[in-house]
Design a protein around this ligand. Structure first.
Ligand code: 3SL
Length: 245
């Protein structure tokens, strides 16, 4: 497996795609997507644009859809939900399709939708992500793509890229080739903070933004390691379903 880390979607090569892209937006889109599927959503459809989300979701039966929209950390008017994974309950989500648009996470997803396999990952399903990457032999090239914040680097996304890379490199089944320096930097970042992930989130600019919005509990949840086995996998452009590992 040839492994690369990209801190933001803008830093990914534009002339080719990997076999497998793993999109990361720890705070909070990919944590929310995994949670929605874990509590029973039929699928999650990710949109860069709120207008497109509204248009497409219009065609879906009202009783079988939920709309989640976030900009700048806050809920978008007209949506049922914002982007807090703690808002998602089994009662409300069961068998529904979640249509979601967020500032950076769903934009990052859109940048790699054409890869053969697209997964989303978070700390809550880190091990499930790695187990899947090691179990199948069709992941010749793998990109771990952070969402960042509006084109810039984000600590928490690179920390998860490091956590995934570290676990992959520790395995003895599949030989891994490190394709760029970002892999080594991400592993170093994660290794320094692995026992204090929540403290890392407090240092991160988006962690501070969310704290300012009163989302302390979200930070705690998003820093929980390996608490679910649900792995979101793209089944059609921008639409993710649950893969149980
Ligand atoms: O940037 C994003 O896509 C969001 O996850 C940001 S927030 O955590 O909902 O504020």
């Amino acid at each position: 497996m040839k492994l690369s880390v990209y801190h933001t979607p803008e830093l990914t090569p534009s002339e080719f795609l990997p076999d497998t892209a793993v999109v990361i937006d720890v705070l909070r889109a990919t944590t929310t997507i995994a949670t929605a599927l874990d509590v029973g959503a039929e699928a999650v459809a990710a949109y860069r644009s709120i207008d497109n989300l509204m248009q497409d979701s219009q065609d879906w039966p009202e009783t079988l859809r939920l709309r989640a929209g976030e900009r700048g950390g806050s809920k978008v008017e007209g949506c049922d939900l914002g982007n807090s994974p703690l808002e998602f309950s089994p009662e409300q989500m069961k068998n529904k399709r979640l249509f979601i648009s967020t500032t950076n996470g769903t934009r990052a997803i859109e940048s790699v939708t054409k890869a053969s396999t697209v997964l989303t990952s978070a700390f809550i399903n880190r091990k499930a992500t790695v187990d899947y990457l090691l179990e199948k032999d069709n992941h010749q090239s793998v990109w771990l793509v952070g969402s960042g914040w509006e084109g810039g680097y984000s600590l928490e996304d690179t920390a998860l890229a490091g956590a995934l890379a570290k676990l992959l490199l520790e395995n003895t089944k599949v030989p891994i080739t490190i394709e760029n320096d970002e892999v080594i930097a991400a592993v170093a970042l994660y290794s320094q903070w692995e026992d204090r992930l929540l403290d890392l989130f407090y240092q991160a600019s988006h962690g501070k933004r969310l704290l300012g919005l009163g989302c302390q509990k979200d930070l705690e949840y998003c820093s929980s390691l390996d608490i679910i086995d649900t792995l979101p996998i793209q089944k059609e452009k921008g639409v993710f379903v649950k893969l149980d590992v």
